[in-house]
Design a protein around this ligand. Structure first.
Ligand code: CP
Length: 307
């Protein structure tokens, strides 16, 4: 049974097809309004979410399907000690496809091995968030008109930020991509990501603690929040949380066509004064996420023989 746990579960060709489907949905939503009639999506969210859960649910409704949902760990039998595998087997009896978020790295993979229906990883701990990456890729494509020849700045919590790890993994498969890694020392990109993804694929990258150092070079600036929920120590979080705040002043040397992205939620790392800047793309990412999730649900249900 085909599931999507990591962005590399999808080939570059499949990513292209998903973006094509998403663009077709945007242009012709009426063609898709009934395609998932009588099909059910189960959203199993054992960790908080606004965008991912609601966009999955909106996606299924816009495809004409239905949704059943667990919106917190406390509201399911996980609170009584039920395993992820047993939950996945149980939900396979009720639904046609699962979208799951869990605080533990690897939980979605465990669910996919136990389930008899496709499982989509909607975020597993600090590990992966492939459907956020689908939203990011469609945003890059629609804003820049290409997926290659790009210098991408990643700023903030590069240690715990799962969206950053998935985006590096996805973008480093395209031609002539360079990364600028902007973070405090304590929140640098983990060495396994640097070694396994950037090193092995010989992707050029620079590391800096200064947000403005490479600003004139950037085609994309991907801001992230410091992930409070992954810190063991509140003192460290408080010390690091305001490391980077993007303001209009800091964009003085930026390109006219820079794309400013953020997976959201934002805490304070992008000043609201930037929201009206035409280069701000973070709410476009939110909309793109729904269309890519629609495309992914369609693809997996078709491959499972359910559609
Ligand atoms: N970007 C993202 O995953 O947002 P939520 O945590 O609100 O789902």
């Amino acid at each position: 049974m085909r599931s999507v746990i990591d962005i590399v579960d999808l080939s570059v060709e499949e990513l292209r097809e998903l973006m094509q489907t998403a663009c077709d949905i945007i242009e012709h939503p009426e063609r898709y309004r009934e395609v998932c009639r009588h099909k059910k999506l189960a959203t199993l969210f054992f960790e908080p979410s606004t965008r991912t859960r609601l966009s999955f649910e909106a996606a299924m409704y816009e495809l004409g399907g239905n949704v059943i949902s667990v919106s917190s760990a406390g509201a399911s039998s996980a609170a009584k000690g039920e395993s992820v595998a047993d939950t996945a087997k149980t939900v396979s009896c009720y639904a046609d496809i699962i979208a799951m978020r869990h605080p533990k790295e690897g939980a979605a993979l465990v669910a996919s091995r136990a389930a008899t229906i496709p499982v989509i990883n909607a975020g597993d701990g600090g590990h992966n968030h492939p459907t956020q990456t689908l939203a990011d890729l469609l945003t890059i494509y629609r804003e820049k008109g290409r997926m290659d020849h790009l210098t991408i700045g990643l700023c903030g919590d590069l240690k715990f930020g799962r969206t950053v790890h998935s985006l590096i993994n996805a973008m480093s498969r395209y031609e002539d991509i360079r990364f600028v890694l902007i973070s405090p020392e304590e929140l640098k990109l983990p060495s396994y990501v640097k070694k396994d993804l950037l090193g092995r694929r010989r992707i050029p990258y620079w590391q800096t603690t200064a947000l403005e150092e490479f600003m004139p070079e950037l085609d994309i600036l991907y801001m992230t929040r410091v992930q409070r929920e992954r810190f063991f120590n509140e003192e460290d979080y408080l010390r690091l949380k305001d490391s980077y705040i993007l303001t209009p002043q800091k964009l003085k040397t930026a390109k006219e066509d820079l794309a400013i992205m953020h997976p959201l939620p934002r805490v304070n790392e992008i000043s609201i004064a930037i929201d009206d800047d035409p280069r701000a793309c973070y709410f476009k990412q939110v909309a793109n996420g729904k269309y890519m999730r629609m495309a992914l649900i369609l693809k997996l249900l078709k491959e499972a023989g359910t559609l």
